[in-house]
Write a new protein. Structure first.
Length: 78
């Protein structure tokens, strides 16, 4: 991989890292709100929906971390 492409890949890694940070902040806020729900709402549909959203955000972070790993591997294969 030439220098120009390596630079682009490095920029992508930084962008994805920023996205992970943004997702992490959203997930933390949603989890905090979920943890502070009254029991009757927590066990209802709203609680289930919030829990599903938290799980989806966690999976998005994991998948994004895998993207960074793959991009970094592409940089290491020169």
């Amino acid at each position: 991989m030439n220098k120009k492409r390596r630079k682009k890949v490095s920029a992508l890694v930084e962008r994805v890292a920023k996205i992970i940070s943004d997702i992490e902040a959203l997930e933390a806020k949603e989890k905090d709100d979920f943890d502070n729900l009254p029991e009757n709402i927590l066990s209802g549909q709203k609680g289930a929906d919030m829990e599903a959203a938290i799980i989806a955000l966690q999976e998005a972070m994991e998948n994004s971390e895998a993207v960074i790993e793959n991009l970094n591997q592409s940089l290491g294969s020169i």
